[in-house]
Design a protein around this ligand. Structure first.
Ligand code: NAD
Length: 341
């Protein structure tokens, strides 16, 4: 069986999982190398995964001709440039979300991929989660009629350390957290978001505002064909990793990840753990693996990736609009060509 030679850049929490999956759980892939600015981390990961190469830069890894595809899992700020470099070196790419932190960089990255004739997938792994995939399939068969309302909740459990905000290498909540829901909002509703109005708070941790971020947000959505939606994101839910989505249609509703059927549910740092996953790596373990298998399989078979650069750009445009709305306290419009005003 021909195997795809893959390298992973950025082997922190997320990249390490991707590298591990490629090394041990994706039969069609051969993990050739990892790379990380932390030379120790690159070497240690290569050692633990029993592979030959642990590079200290993406550039060094790209010179390895056995590598046909690259997985980018560096912090957000470096994604777009890494995509350009990898495409320029002739590699196919799976890039973690967000594709970039602004629309110009995202467009430049997509153009570089297209110019090089390579393929780009963006890491919206929720599309591979069995529950979300089933919801999508049943929406497509018309079971709930015309989608009318999209509602989604994404709450992370652990309060990010202030150093994470200070480092400035990741985007604010809309780019790191809500972007998953922005993608679901398009994919599940089969329509484009044309207006957002964001409300935010940092009242329980005012320090994060110093770094241009917020602790929680709600974003109201208006769709092109008239549907509406609402997305809530929360950076420190203490009781668990809580991700839920509802799509309400003209003939019914689909709930993904609903809680137990109880009149009231009390979730605290002691009480939520029996009902919820503690972390995205456990809640979406199957999705990360299916995402990687599908990416590798499509590249080997010369198919287009399932989630495109354009999907990355469109979700990013919603995040940019939400940030503008947060800063200017007004509804912000997104045109169908992805520009924001
Ligand atoms: N799809 C998902 O569900 C999901 C979940 C978590 C994180 N992510 C994304 O994955 C990316 C990584 O997140 P993380 O939580 O693993 O972060 P992390 O901080 O744990 O890891 C980042 C790694 O990248 C390395 N690095 C930093 N700059 C680099 C550079 N220029 N070149 C090479 N290596 C570099 C760091 O040394 C570190 O090892 C982020 O963009 C994040 O948004 C996605």
């Amino acid at each position: 069986m021909r195997k795809l030679g893959v390298g992973v850049v950025g082997v922190g929490e997320m990249g390490r999982r991707h590298a591990e999956n490629l090394r041990r759980n994706v039969p069609e892939a051969r993990l050739i190398a990892v790379a990380d600015v932390s030379q120790d981390r690159a070497r240690q990961t290569a050692l633990e995964l029993e592979i030959e190469h642990g590079y200290s830069s993406l550039g060094a890894m790209l010179d390895n001709e056995e590598i046909e595809a690259v997985v980018i899992a560096t912090p957000d700020k470096f994604h777009a440039q890494a995509v350009e470099l990898a495409a320029g070196a002739g590699k196919d790419i799976l890039c973690e979300k967000p594709l970039a932190l602004n629309l110009a960089d995202a467009r430049a990255a997509i153009a570089a991929v297209s110019k090089a004739g390579r393929r780009l997938q963006v890491g919206f792994m929720r599309r591979y989660d069995p529950a979300y995939a089933a919801a999508k399939q049943r929406i497509e068969t018309g079971e709930i009629g015309t989608p009318v309302i999209f509602k989604s909740v994404g709450r992370d459990r652990d309060q990010p350390p202030l150093a994470a905000y200070e480092s400035g290498v990741n985007g604010m909540i809309f780019y790191t957290n809500t972007i998953h829901d922005f993608d679901l909002a398009r994919w599940l509703m089969q329509d484009e978001v044309t207006q957002v109005h964001a409300y935010t708070t940092s009242v329980i941790r005012p320090e994060v505002a110093r770094y241009g971020d917020v602790v929680a947000s709600v974003v109201n959505l208006q769709y092109h064909r008239g549907a509406i939606g609402n997305i809530e994101s929360y950076a420190q839910a203490v009781y668990g990793y809580d991700v839920r989505t509802e799509i309400v249609g003209s003939k019914g509703s689909i709930l993904v990840g609903s809680l137990d059927r109880m009149p009231a549910v009390f979730l605290t740092s002691r009480g939520g753990e029996q009902m919820l996953a503690d972390h995205f790596l456990s809640r979406f373990a199957d999705a990360y693996l299916s995402e990687m298998k599908d990416f590798v399989h499509n590249i080997l078979n010369d198919n287009a990736p399932r989630i495109s650069g354009d999907d990355g750009l469109k979700a990013l445009a919603i995040a940019v609009a939400a940030e503008n709305s947060h800063q200017e306290s007004r509804p912000v419009t997104i045109r169908l060509d992805g520009t924001v005003s």
